[in-house]
Design a protein around this ligand. Structure first.
Ligand SMILES: [Zn+2]
Length: 416
């Protein structure tokens, strides 16, 4: 039978995850033998051999493994690049056993939440997601998680974070200069991205009212771009999406009823759309956990339909679309379910995989080291059981093994 040879792998997943806390030994060379490799650019290599030095891939091909290298045998699996979730809220932690609800939890010190939220990070890795863009957190807990993960002191996907999102002030009218100042302040404090809440709408509310003006969006976008940082704008309704695109947002989050002009403008500018269709499915499924009123459910379902309809039109128009779960609380682990909506919207499974790899890698300005399995890239590799190019569910339900930056962080190859 097939067998895995890898120091530190044990049948106990927890032990594997804990061993990932120590980074790979300096000078360590690892070779992966994969039954099939799907590289992120749509290329397929049967019986692939991937050579990894520390945290990077040094070669991909079908040559025999170099002598003396440690060999990981994944010959019964297909390997794909580590997936990227372009929209999470990793710091939103909730323990179902607490007896309370996800919203309105008692206040905790930021340090306590940081440690607890490591559970969200672990569940995200289990889904085959090795990188996230985290779009909104309080008390700099996202900075703390990002830094601890980068230091090897917390196990989780690598995080690009926004800190506290910018919102419209109460009263006083539009104030573009305040948005400029706030964008600059977030970047100075340590945000990789600037997040703007351009409309209402969150949790059980699907209210589409725009709250931030075009001039305010533009002021924040220009300030961020001047400092080489990128901007994501949340808008539940079409006017906010239109203004976000015109203002030069790098990505637009959520959205329904997008008109043809907006879709054409997104194609022309290369704006990435992160529709987050699945997060409202999650709210419907988790309504009892949240204690949502029954009246909220039809509105969530209607929003899903419109969200999907706009996605269909965006796929046809050739808009760049990225997988973003908008995961909070008990949604971690379901990060990739968005991909099944993308196939419903008309993508092929290969296009859906690109929406979780190459497209978000470019959105993050990391297209030369993330989102693909190729020489020079970080060794973020996921083994799935089945063919992800014929069945998108393989990406969602059949993740068996995950490597992040050369370290094995999930291993179910022996238990199934
Ligand atoms: Zn969000």
């Amino acid at each position: 039978m097939w067998r895995i040879v890898h120091a530190g792998i044990t049948a106990c997943v927890m032990a594997v995850v804990m061993s990932a806390l120590s980074s790979p030994a300096a000078g360590a060379t690892t070779t992966i033998k994969a039954g099939r490799l799907v590289d992120g650019f749509g290329r397929v290599i049967p019986n692939a051999v991937i050579v990894i030095d520390n945290d990077r891939i040094t070669s991909v091909g079908s040559a025999p493994a170099p002598a003396g290298a440690e060999v990981i045998d994944l010959s019964r699996y297909t390997v794909i690049p580590g997936m990227i979730d372009a929209h999470t809220h990793m710091t939103y932690f909730w323990d179902p056993a607490s007896g309370g609800r996800p919203l309105g939890q008692p206040r905790r010190p930021a340090g306590v939440t940081t440690v607890l939220a490591a559970d969200n990070a672990r569940r995200t890795l289990e889904a085959g997601v090795t990188t996230v863009r985290d779009l909104g957190a309080s008390n700099e807990i996202d900075y703390a998680m990002r830094d601890l993960i980068n230091m090897g002191r917390m196990v989780g996907p690598r995080m690009f974070v926004a800190g506290q999102g910018l919102s419209a002030g109460r009263g006083g009218g539009p104030n573009p200069d305040l948005f400029r100042q706030q964008a600059e302040a977030r970047i100075a404090a340590g945000s990789d991205w600037v997040k703007i809440f351009g409309s209402r709408g969150s949790f059980q509310s699907v209210e589409t009212t725009q709250t931030v003006t075009f001039d305010e969006m533009k002021a924040a976008v220009d300030a961020a771009h001047a400092r080489n940082h990128r901007v994501a704008i949340h808008s539940y309704g079409p006017s906010g999406v239109k203004d976000a695109v015109r203002a030069g947002a790098d990505s637009v989050e959520h959205g329904i009823d997008l008109d043809d002009d907006t879709l054409a403008d997104m194609v022309k500018r290369g704006t990435v759309w992160v529709p987050t269709i699945d997060h409202n499915r999650y709210y419907v499924d988790a309504k009892d956990e949240y204690g949502f009123a029954p009246e909220a459910i039809p509105a969530l379902q209607a929003y899903i339909e419109k969200n999907l309809e706009s996605a269909r039109r965006a796929v046809k128009a050739g808009v760049k679309i990225a997988m973003g779960s908008d995961a909070v609380f008990s949604m971690f682990g379901q990060n990739t379910r968005e991909l099944s909506w993308f196939v419903k919207a008309g993508m092929t499974p290969a296009q859906a995989l690109a929406a979780a790899t190459t497209i978000p890698a470019a959105l993050l300005d990391r297209e030369h080291e993330l989102g693909a399995i190729a020489a020079g890239y970080l060794a973020d590799i996921v083994a799935v059981d089945g063919d992800p190019l014929t069945d998108v569910n393989v990406l969602i339900q059949k993740v068996r093994w995950v490597m992040k930056g050369g370290a094995v962080v999930v291993d179910h190859t022996r238990t199934r």
